[in-house]
Design a protein around this ligand. Structure first.
Ligand code: DAH
Length: 348
């Protein structure tokens, strides 16, 4: 066999060998069998010397060409095997549906607040806001609750020391006779709104309030209320009752009944507590549940904001949002609202 035919046979055998390599390490082994220092192609090179002088250049060229060709086959095969190695063992099925992110939900307190606001909007009430860091005057005095009034005992709160803040506005606003505090109810917003605008007024005030209460199943130092205020000419208790009934039937179902019991609040006269009854209260083992406070705006409150009590009449109410949400959803511990336990929140 001539050297040329031998070379061609070797080329085919080497390519075959390379292509059969299952992984990079067996490819490297094949490489050394053919192209290594003692490889078959290398030894052909060494035989060149035994050829007649005139045949040597063409044979040498042929061997070199084959060496180069094999190198490039080798490089290609190596790239192919390395790529294979980096791919996942089980091929991806691109037709599978993607992973969906869970949709977030509104917190049950936000949902309840939104529902309350939506009901009041239907009958022409606008949402008003006021500061959570309030002053003593708006929280109590303007609502006809002077410092020695016993009603203050039920609404102990957190006071903001006026002397330990040197940069914030707070220090310049609060003073010894009118200290700053965290509001205990949303009622001061009644005063703030009336100070700024003339009647008629038809507002609700959803918001956060604070009290120095220890947390238990029905109390938390931070909670939420909705305040309502309606001021116009010739407003009656009948208007109040009709409004409250409409909203509670929206919130708690069409079978809801409400009743007023006489009560005392210093900023309303007469004052009432509102009870309601519905399938929800019966589920909790009671016919009537106390749900809100309300009454006709006290003439002194009108005086305090510069309204003429002979000219204007009005009613106000306030209730806790947590309590409404707890009854609606059958929640038995108020603290669940604030723990951010995803297992609790997912249920709504
Ligand atoms: N501010 C009262 C409280 O926090 C609730 C309340 C009672 C609000 C009677 C009113 C009202 O506007 O007229 O317990």
């Amino acid at each position: 066999m001539s050297l040329i035919t031998e070379i061609e046979a070797m080329r085919l055998a080497a390519i075959n060998d390379f292509n059969n390599a299952a992984d990079v390490s067996s490819l490297e082994k094949s490489k050394s069998v053919w192209l290594g220092a003692n490889g078959k192609i290398t030894s052909l090179m060494k035989q060149l010397g035994s050829l007649p002088k005139e045949e040597r250049p063409s044979a040498g060229k042929a061997i070199n060409a084959i060496k180069n060709a094999l190198e490039s086959v080798l490089a290609e095969k190596r790239a192919e095997l390395e790529l294979k190695l980096s791919l996942p063992k089980n091929p991806t099925d691109f037709t599978l549906p993607g992973r969906r992110r869970r949709l977030g939900k509104l917190h049950p307190l936000i949902r309840t607040t939104d529902d309350i606001v939506r009901s009041f909007r239907k009958i022409g009430f606008a949402v008003a806001e006021g500061p959570e860091v309030e002053d003593d005057y708006h929280c109590f005095d303007a609502l006809n609750t002077p410092p020695d009034h016993p009603a203050r005992d039920t609404q102990d709160t957190f006071y903001i020391a006026a002397d330990n803040t040197n940069t914030s506005k707070i220090a310049t606003v609060g003073n010894a006779s009118n200290p700053l505090l965290l509001r205990t109810h949303t009622s001061p917003v009644q005063v703030r709104v009336m100070e700024k605008q003339k009647p008629p007024i038809r507002i609700i005030v959803p918001g956060r309030v604070y009290r120095r209460d220890n947390a238990d199943a029905t109390h938390n130092p931070t909670f939420h209320q909705v305040e309502g205020l309606y001021v116009d000419k010739n407003v009656t208790v009948g208007d109040l009752k009709g409004t409250v009934e409409f909203v509670f039937q929206e919130l708690m179902g069409p079978e809801t009944k409400i009743r007023f019991r006489p009560h005392y609040f210093s900023y309303t006269e007469p004052s009432f507590e509102i009870d309601f009854s519905s399938p929800l209260t019966r589920k909790m083992g009671k016919e009537w549940l106390e749900i809100a406070g309300c009454g006709m705006v006290h003439p002194q409150v009108f005086e305090n904001v510069g309204y003429n009590p002979e000219e204007w009449t009005g009613w106000a109410f306030g209730f806790g949002i947590e309590r409404i949400a707890m009854i609606r959803y059958g929640i038995n511990d108020i603290r669940l609202f604030y723990e951010n336990d995803i297992r609790f929140l997912r249920q709504f």
